[in-house]
Design a binder for this molecule. Structure first.
Ligand SMILES: [Cu+2]
Length: 164
């Protein structure tokens, strides 16, 4: 009988713990970094190609931010937008192979971060696109990024600038 009581208590505790995580996402941003780039240099983005046409890109050059979005909560979330003071425009992009050509395009509806899961933003895949740089981004500097999640709200990170 005593064993049964302990067992019931354990089961109740497990249910309680599971219940806690079920209601909300718990977002953390791991290992953020930004690709070093020159404000005016086309060489910094040479070969990236297919960006919806060069006529769309402001004169200031481009870069991208990468990171791992981790969700320890029991509910899914979604990265819906991002901003930074070093770029005119910030978009959420994915890189795709289309007819053997690497193309980047905006992610429709944002980037999902599954419950109890993670999503990696990395070169050649999902990334935060920085368009129209207001200054050069040199390795060793830091860029402040504000990430807006559908449920978790805004998360601010300081991402180091690195050479890829
Ligand atoms: Cu892009």
């Amino acid at each position: 009988m005593r064993v049964m009581n302990v067992l019931v208590l354990i089961l109740a505790s497990v249910a309680l713990l599971a219940g806690c995580g079920a209601s909300a996402p718990q977002i953390s941003v791991n290992e953020p970094w930004v690709r070093a780039a020159k404000m005016t240099g086309m060489d910094a983005q040479g070969g990236m190609g297919g960006h919806g046409g060069t006529d769309m890109a402001p004169a200031g050059g481009t870069s991208a931010a990468y990171m791992v979005l981790v969700n320890r909560g029991g509910a899914g979330d979604r990265l819906v937008s991002a901003s930074t003071d070093v770029a005119e425009v910030v978009e959420l992009h994915e890189t795709k192979m289309v007819d053997n050509v690497m193309k980047m395009e905006p992610v429709a509806g944002g980037i999902p971060v599954p419950a109890n899961g993670q999503v990696e933003l990395k070169p050649g895949g999902l990334h935060v696109m920085l368009i129209g740089l207001k200054r050069d981004l040199a390795a060793g500097e830091t860029v402040r990024l504000t990430l807006k999640f559908e449920r978790a709200g805004e998360v601010t990170v300081d991402a180091p600038v690195r050479m890829p």
